[in-house]
Design a protein around this ligand. Structure first.
Ligand SMILES: C[S@@+](CC[C@H](N)C(=O)[O-])C[C@H]1O[C@@H](n2cnc3c(N)ncnc32)[C@H](O)[C@@H]1O
Length: 308
């Protein structure tokens, strides 16, 4: 197995032209710091082919792929219905969403607002339950994401968001140009709530599929799997491997995960190509342990694996 390091970044040609549009929310396990390395591992072009991302999160990889690989069509899936609703509203109703976001941003950052009042506003929004799938729910989701502790997404046993307020001085909830650019890129993109177990129906023959499931925890105290109410178990990791094995003959796929013994052993299979890349992780339970951590990338092409 080879390990790719940050050297790729230093030797990459200087980018010309405007910077690419990226994600508009913070997401645990977001792949922003790995995009340069991922570009070297992905097909050079996706023209004429579909792109499917069954664990879209903040869409960091999608935004890079759509601008650099030009897929013919894109499908973004995630089990988090509130996250999916935000993406759908940004795609379809941005003009109606912006005033709600402005309201949150101005209320949170009002000059001379006593800290207690700011806190009261945050916890009132956190306690509110706007109808699922509404514009209000989308605005609340982005507001909480940008003002809560470390951009974490954690739910209690009743499905309520329970992350405390972060200690940012004047957090930016949104930037209109960035949201408009994201909305433009999302036009025509299929965005659905979907468990990965049901994602096969979205994959057409010849598509390129990138999968970034919740990490297998590096240690028993790591909280990296706390994305969904039910967590992501070893059974889920195994079911995902089985799904990828089942579909290896009809699509090209790339999966990233933590480089634990369990995950490495799971993917030691014929036709699967394992590599390590060094990831900068910035969100974890203790706030400690930041730095570069090897992450596993498995593909059914490249290396010794034949390209389907
Ligand atoms: C590591 S994050 C993806 C991060 C993304 N690549 C990014 O750059 O932001 C994993 C995602 O899987 C989603 N997820 C968790 N369990 C899932 C399931 N059973 N089916 C589909 N998605 C799931 C979570 O909501 C989360 O957004």
């Amino acid at each position: 197995m080879t390990t790719r390091t940050a050297r790729a970044k230093r030797t990459a040609p200087r980018r010309v032209g405007p910077p690419l549009t990226g994600p508009f929310l913070k997401w645990a396990g977001g792949k922003g710091s790995l995009l340069q390395q991922f570009r070297e591992l992905m097909p050079e072009s996706l023209e004429g082919r579909g792109y499917v991302e069954p664990f879209m999160g903040s869409g960091a990889v999608f935004f890079d792929v759509i601008q650099t690989r030009k897929p013919a069509r894109c499908t973004l899936l995630d089990a988090n219905a509130d996250l999916v609703n935000l993406f759908v509203q940004v795609r379809d109703h941005l003009d109606a969403l912006l005033p709600l976001l402005t309201q949150h941003q101005e209320a949170h950052n009002a000059p001379d607002l006593p800290p207690e009042a700011r806190k009261a506003y945050y916890y009132a929004v956190r306690a509110a339950r706007p109808p699922a799938g509404s514009l209000e729910a989308a605005a609340r989701f982005l507001y909480l994401n940008k003002t809560c502790f470390n951009g974490l997404h954690r739910l209690n046993s009743k499905g309520g968001f329970n992350v405390p307020m972060g200690s940012y001085r004047r957090p930016t909830v949104f930037r209109e140009p960035a949201l408009r650019a994201a909305s433009a890129l999302l036009q025509g993109v299929t965005i659905e709530v979907c468990s990965f177990r049901d994602c096969e129906r979205y994959i057409a023959d010849g598509d390129f599929v990138y999968l970034d499931p919740p990490y297998e925890p590096l240690s028993s105290t790591s909280s990296f799997t706390a994305y969904a109410k039910d967590g992501f178990t070893r059974d889920d990791q195994t079911a995902l491997r089985d799904l990828l094995e089942r579909n290896a003959h009809r699509c090209t796929w790339m999966m990233s995960n933590s480089a634990t013994e369990f995950i490495e052993a799971l993917y030691q299979r014929p036709g699967m190509n394992l590599e390590k890349v060094l990831a900068a992780r910035s969100i974890n339970s203790a706030g400690a342990g930041r730095g570069r951590i090897p992450e596993l990338v498995v593909r059914n092409y490249g290396g010794d694996a034949a390209t389907p």
